[in-house]
Design a protein around this ligand. Sequence first.
Ligand code: HEM
Length: 147
Amino acid sequence: MLGVLELSYLWLKAAHIIFVIFWMAGLFIFPRYLVHHQDALGRPEEAAAWIEREAKLRKIILTPSIGAVWLFGLLLATVGHFWGETWLYAKLAIVFALSGFQGWLVGYSKALAKGEARLSSRRLRIFNELPALAVVVIVYLVVVKPF
Ligand code: HEM
């Protein structure tokens, strides 16, 4: 029979994974929006539509889900007594970097809204791949727990 703590642990884990999926969906599509936005800079109507889409994506998906992933992740680490395990700190380091990456994307989107393109489209496309790379390492760390 599951104890109350174990049961709540499973609910917390389910909530964590649900918001991880929402956050990753947002983080995969956001840099793609920026590539299209940058390509549309010479066409004001199209660029304005991208500004609106980016704002909606941040408000509806990215901001709520990054908060929920952190909240449920930290609760899981505490309720599951994982503090002190090295894999968790390695995972946290990557999630910090991923959260910083989101901040950088938001800054880039604000610069684009002012008509500034700071990177070449090619380099921006390469940045698109970073969240996928992070997911591979994070899932390996949390499932395999190699250390
Ligand atoms: C924000 C900071 C985060 C913390 C503190 C955190 C912490 C945790 C903890 C303690 C567990 C439970 C591990 C277990 O039951 O064995 C877990 C599960 C999980 N986390 Fe996170 N996590 C965070 C962010 C993320 C992110 C960004 C991803 C994916 C990109 C992710 C993917 C997962 C997955 C897939 C599981 C389920 C693993 C399993 O049941 O074997 N987490 N997380």
